[in-house]
Write a protein that binds this ligand. Sequence first.
Ligand code: 8YV
Length: 329
Amino acid sequence: MTKRKPLVIVTRKLPDVVETRMRELFNTRLNSDDAPLTQAGLISAVKEAEVLVPTVTDRIDKAVIMQSGDQLKLIANFGTGVDNIDVDTALARGITVTNTPGVLTEDTADMTMALILAVARRIIEGSEVIGADNSWQGWSPTWMLGHRIFGKRLGIIGMGRIGQAVARRAKAFGLQIHYHNRKPVHSSIEEQLEATYWESLDQMLARVDIVSVNCPHTPGTYHLLSARRLKLMKPDAIIVNTARGEIIDENALARMLEADELGGVGLDVFEHEPAVNPRLLKSKKSVLMPHMGSATIEGRIDMGEKVIINIKTWVDGHKPPDRVLPAML
Ligand code: 8YV
């Protein structure tokens, strides 16, 4: 007996191998021109789909979920962060939500280190001096000086998979690892990373030279780096964010950069993506990236594979492995 194939609607273009496999397994509707769906487009999708595969660019809010048909049973997010989905409303309607944890850990940690180095060592500014028409006037002992990272203190906010992957890399670069988390990590991990736990984020912020944001965006972490907290930091401190823009009060951050109250920032994510605060754009001390933390072909294929496994397990009548549970939010 051949199994019925559920209608799976995918909101964005995914790597070819992922799309090919999805087509083999499911009745898959793809978005080959990759144009993001409007809210109205998302509503029509949830009226029809049994499984919706959204990404960070889709706002699956209460209004969307409340208009879904009874056939919608699974939202299999292509991405780890689920702040684009009203998970509580979905769960209350009996819709399972899954994500893709683990497979973008190393790539995101690499991007974090890249931003730390880019800001501290002025990599982008230096590269722009040569640029297409080489305006370099020659070497000078006092020109283009950045800051050494070896021996400095790194404060990681959020010591989950990505935070720990950042810590492993940072330790190899000679940084001292400090972290703030809801609770301390296992003592064996702390020992291995020689990491110091700070229950008080305020106290950690005042003492570190570099801050890396690696926690999820939840109601509890919205503007965790508020104007007040940003002011606690050393005036030459660097902040790097590869998590979600909403965790930092972006206006307050821009104001402090303008006032020369921070050493620099490296941002891969923004509060109102894809819009970027014009004041951040103007700052010479900012390195800005268009949400590329997990942008490797390997990572995106692995994410697709996770989405497929979650859907396939559900089709086969089992609990998908990467279910998002209320305790995680
Ligand atoms: C993804 C991310 O590219 O997985 C996440 O949470 O932030 C990104 O790296 C994006 O979310 C895909 O939906």
